[in-house]
Each structure stands twice: as C-alpha cells, then as structure tokens.
Design a binder for this molecule. Structure first.
Ligand code: SAM
Ligand code: SF4
Length: 329
C-alpha cells in the first residue's frame, strides 16, 4: 500500500502524459506557453505502463486518471489506455481533458477501456472562452463533450474555474446548461499553480461565492459525508435531485486529511501533492534497470513523506516550482 505517516492510503493515481497544451488558460499558463519538456525526458509508453502496472499490482492503486498538459496531445493515447485497462486487477480509468479533439477520439478511447472523462469548460460564451483560453475553440469543446456522452464515457463531468470579471457571473447558467445536457458540473476554486504566479487570494472566486450565486436560482442540499468519501468535491443535490453539483474548495475548505492521491509527472517524478516541493525520480530508477520491487520501494518511501496538508494558509507557503500543467492537474 501507499500509506503515509498520517494513515492516509493513496489509491488514486494521476498520470500526466505530457506538459504541452493547445490552449493557454489564463489561470494556468502564459500566452507564450512554457518551456516544454524535451522528448527524451518524457516517459515512453512502455515506461508509463510499467510504472502504472507496479502501482496497480503492488501498491494498491485502484484508479488511474490520465491528465496533463493536454493528454489528447499524447500520440498513442488509446494504446496506453488499453494496456492500463488490461492490468490485473483492472483499475478504473479516466481522463481529464480540455475536450479539443475528443469528438474524433471518444469512441476509440471507450473501446480501449476508458471508463469516464472530465472535460474542462469555463463558459457558455464563445467570446469569453477566447478571452479565458486565448484560443477560439469553444465549439470544439462542446463537440467533444457531446461525443464523450454518446460514446458512454459517463458520467461526463465538466470542470469549471470561475475568474472575476470574465465568467464569474455564469455559475447558475452553467448549472442549468449542464443539467439540460446530462453533464455533472464541478466548480474548482482557482489555485496558486499558474506559471505566471498571478493568483491572489483576494481576487479569487470562493466556494462561498459560487454557492451563493447558485442559490439565487436553485435549492441546494448537501450530499451526505458517506457519499463524499475521499472525493475532493463537496456535492450538493439540486432542487431535490437527481442532479448534483460539485464544488472543489481546495483553497477555502481544503480536504487534505482525506486525500488519497499520488501523482506521476510526464517525466517520471512521483509527487505526493499538487503543492509538494519534493519529487522522487522514478525515471532514473527505471532507466538504470531497477527491478519492480525497488521502484515500488521508492514510491512507498515517497508517499511515507507526504505532508499533512498543502499549507496554503501557512505564512511560509511557497508555490511549487512546476506549474499545474507540468505536474498534471
Ligand atoms: N488540459 C486538461 C484540462 O484542462 O482539463 C488537463 C490538465 S488541467 C491542468 C486540469 C484541470 O486543472 C482543469 O480542469 C483546469 O481547469 C484546472 N486548472 C488549471 N489551472 C488551475 C488553477 N490555477 N486553479 C484551479 N484549477 C486549475
Ligand atoms: Fe491547457 Fe488544461 Fe492548462 Fe488550460 S488548464 S492551459 S487546457 S493544461
């Protein structure tokens, strides 16, 4: 098991497949993009499958989520999904994507063994989408969402970050739209993980703001703690059900004590937390021909050192060097 000194057990693995992206969301990266990882530094498909295999067969990982950067930019994605879905015991598989290109590949991903997707969409307005992502691709994301639902990659979840002055007024419209189209909406509080270090606590839209805005149009009742488990989203039953809405309040209501995550970057570093400043280099171990047991030992050791919390409220908090897109969100 991947257990830490606080007794938490990591069963949910986030794998970043690339740090590259075809959007430039303002809360994530600068307009000019970032210095991407060099190809030889990226894990190969075989290396990814070997590490995920160790996590699933020896370390108790039960869920594998592919992310990035934009994971749909990774060539050979369906092949990676198929090999991971063929592991014993079979892990749950999912993907977090900006949805561009999903229209073309959703069916192939489903056939390869992908269970679910989360598609990021912050606005219903094409002009606001362009301002937020610096690209004119709103239509492609809507197409991707539709294709995911039709391919059965369900429940299709929609991740939304609200930004003041841009889309902060859209919360109720987004929820009405998500209910109408059969998507499960989750708002994510903006976190200090952008490469430009532009995050300001005073400037962010909080979970409290989001819930207040939703309540102007909907009745929200909290879902029981049992249903939440270790899930980061606090879920609310909308207008008596069956629809729900989630709010991931990583900043104002952190859920670190229930965290069950471990992360692997596209260049093979284990991270215990999005906000961790330490990494453990599994790529070096892989490439020096370490046996599986040694890699499992390094991974366990990394998780044993996981901190109690992200420490956002600690005056000594320092944003990690790698931005979210390079860690794998
Ligand atoms: N490119 C894919 C996407 O956008 O879904 C996957 C990677 S992205 C880093 C994963 C999620 O992180 C997205 O839902 C995105 O909106 C969210 N995200 C990115 N930067 C964030 C930030 N500073 N605070 C909160 N969420 C952020
Ligand atoms: Fe790309 Fe996702 Fe970051 Fe937007 S949030 S720039 S889509 S990695």
């Amino acid at each position: 098991m991947l257990i830490d000194t606080y007794g938490r057990v990591a069963t949910d693995l986030r794998v970043s497949l690339t740090d590259r992206c075809n959007l430039r969301c303002t809360y994530c990266m600068p307009e000019e993009g970032l210095q991407w990882l060099a190809k030889p530094d990226l894990l190969t498909d075989d290396e990814i499958v070997r590490l995920v295999g160790i996590a699933v067969t020896s370390l108790g990982v039960e869920e594998v989520r592919f992310t990035g950067g934009e994971p749909l930019l990774r060539p050979g994605l369906p092949g990676i999904v198929a090999r991971v879905a063929a592991l014993e015991p079979r892990p749950q598989t999912s993907l977090t994507t900006n949805g561009i290109g999903l229209g073309r590949i959703a069916r192939a991903l489903k056939d390869a063994g992908l269970d679910r997707v989360n598609v990021s969409l912050d606005t219903l307005r094409p002009d606001v989408f362009k301002a937020l992502t610096r690209r004119d691709r709103h239509k492609d994301v809507l197409e991707g969402l539709r294709a995911a639902r039709e391919a059965g990659l369900t429940p299709v979840k929609v991740n939304t970050v609200l930004m003041p002055g841009l889309n902060a007024d859209e919360a109720p419209d987004l929820l009405a739209w998500a209910i109408e189209h059969g998507y499960e909406l989750r708002f994510i509080e903006q976190m200090p993980l952008d490469a430009q270090h532009g995050w300001k606590r005073e400037g962010m839209v909080t979970a409290g703001d989001i819930l207040a805005a939703l309540r102007t149009r909907f009745a929200l009742a909290p879902e029981g703690a049992e249903e939440r488990g270790s899930a980061p989203a606090e879920r609310w039953i909308v207008d008596g059900g069956p629809h729900t809405v989630g709010v991931i309040a990583s900043v104002t209501r952190p859920f670190c004590s229930a965290c069950d995550r471990t992360r692997l970057t596209a260049d093979g570093q284990v991270r215990t937390c999005l906000f961790a400043r330490e990494e453990t280099d599994l790529r070096a171990a892989l490439r020096s021909e370490a046996p599986d047991e040694e890699i499992a030992r390094l991974w366990r050791q990394a998780m044993w050192g996981k901190k109690a919390g992200a420490g956002l409220d600690d005056p000594s908090f320092v944003q990690p060097d790698r931005p979210m897109s390079a860690i794998g969100g």
